[in-house]
Design a protein around this ligand. Structure first.
Ligand code: HSE
Length: 443
């Protein structure tokens, strides 16, 4: 490596993150050259539309219509992939860059969740870096923390708020009483959401990130397919209000934990105690907490989305390459990653919040409680909320309306609660699909 010559970046994708990266290099170029020991320059760019005004000057860089050509170009030292998407141009150009012996920096969690194992092996074979700090939790330096700072630890569990858009929506629904749709539109306007926001609200974006964190934290191959995923679209104002009254907040959590039968990976809305640190992580902020044997408990929080925060992480990966620092993609040689062994979701143990819409007739309440008891589920509380009855037209009976019933269980298993809800559904006492939210008693 010649430390006098610039490190030449080929940047593919000039959206929110790509333009922020160009601005960052413009603003901090001098400091970066000193810190890294060599200048860093954007010498090639590629994006869908050449003529769009992006508010940054890339006229000094060579334009490539085809990102694969940029990835292979002799003038590219590092291919910076900021296009997104698990397949297509992103996958083709990253593979082409590695094949051509170029280092790769990417913010693309979907790509790595789908193809991380083979890309890590290819990077190793070709002697190049494949860095992805920006792919998990935006501006939070969790990848470096796991790969480098915690190298001397065994991690037993890692969890967090990994999707800024979902956390933004849940926070605004709770604090400002806004509708789900208005909050989502706002998150899109602010540049937090994925190109397809169902990735955010369906929990898939958080699952992609969790898959990457699991691989590094537990030294296993990436296995996003094995993650149990539920998003936030079933969360109603009634749940947010009930959580508040019961002393909880609802957060979309990603959790990976080692158990006797393997590693549990799950993404779903969870009730967390208001007193817990994670409950206070609001808006687009992300947080990652972990437990490891020597360091104990650790929590990192910061902006999980947005151009500048994500560009900050992209730059940290570029700086490593400029300095000549190399690491196995997932913190160890790809050949040393162990096969992922999945712990069954049905074996998950915890407390549950259940909201049912129950036909108000004699015995319904008792029948529901009996079904729970039949599965060995002990109830901490069961509350029926009487809705104000509608007034009937003169000469007509008041219609019988289903009433909300809210239950909190003591610790039980996922299998038991699911079986109990199946029998309750089959009994015909409830008017709509039961709502079930797992309770996480975090500190
Ligand atoms: N759409 C993502 C989020 C962006 O909302 O967290 C960062 O990955």
């Amino acid at each position: 490596m010649n430390l006098d010559t610039p490190l030449r970046l080929g940047v593919a994708g000039l959206g929110t993150v790509g333009t922020a990266l160009v601005r960052l290099i413009d603003r901090h170029g001098n400091d970066l050259a000193i810190r890294c020991g060599r200048p860093i320059a954007v010498t090639g760019v590629s994006a869908r539309n050449r003529n769009r005004d992006r508010g940054v000057d890339v006229s000094g860089a060579t334009w490539f219509d085809d990102p694969v050509a940029l990835a292979r170009a002799p003038g590219t030292d590092v291919f910076v992939e900021l296009m997104g998407g698990a397949e297509g141009a992103a996958a083709d150009s990253v593979a082409a860059a590695i094949e051509a012996g170029k280092h790769v920096v990417t913010a693309n969690k979907a790509l790595l969740a789908a193809h991380g194992n083979e890309l890590a092996r290819a990077a190793e074979k070709n002697g190049v870096s494949l860095n992805f700090e920006a792919a998990a939790a935006g501006g939070i330096p969790i990848i470096k923390t796991l790969r480098e700072s915690l190298a001397g630890n065994t991690v037993s569990c890692i969890y967090g708020i990994l999707n800024g858009t979902s956390n933004y929506i849940l926070t605004r629904m709770e604090q400002d009483k806004l509708s789900f749709e208005d909050c989502l539109a706002e998150a899109q306007r602010l540049g937090y959401a994925e190109a397809d926001p169902t990735f955010d609200i369906g929990g898939h974006d958080a699952a992609h990130k969790l898959a990457l964190l699991t691989a590094i934290a537990f030294g296993t191959e990436v296995d996003a397919e094995s993650i149990y995923v539920e998003g936030i679209s079933s969360i109603r104002t009634a749940d947010i209000e009930a959580a508040d009254e019961l002393g909880y907040r609802i957060k979309l959590l990603g959790v990976a934990a080692r158990s006797e039968s393997g590693i549990e990976q799950r993404v779903h809305p969870a009730m967390v105690p208001k007193s817990s640190t994670i409950a206070r992580i609001d808006g687009v902020t992300n947080a990652v907490a972990l437990e490891a044997d020597f360091v104990g408990q650790l929590l990192l929080s910061g902006p999980g989305a947005g151009g500048e925060a994500t560009a900050s992480s992209v730059m940290s990966d570029i700086a490593d390459i400029a300095r000549g620092d190399r690491m196995g993609t997932f913190g160890r040689p790809a050949s040393a990653l162990e096969p992922y062994r999945r712990a069954a979701m049905r074996a998950h143990e915890g407390g549950y919040y259940v909201r049912l819409s129950v036909y108000d007739r004699p015995g319904a309440f008792a029948a529901i409680a009996r079904r729970m008891a039949d599965k060995g589920i002990s109830l901490e509380s069961i509350v029926q909320r009487r809705r104000a009855p509608k007034s009937a037209a003169p000469g007509h009976l008041v219609p019988v309306e289903p009433q909300p019933v809210i239950m909190i269980t003591y610790e039980t298993t996922e299998a038991a609660i699911r079986e109990a809800l199946d029998t309750i559904r089959a009994d015909g006492h409830i008017a709509e699909e039961p709502q079930m939210i797992r309770i996480e008693e975090l500190g």
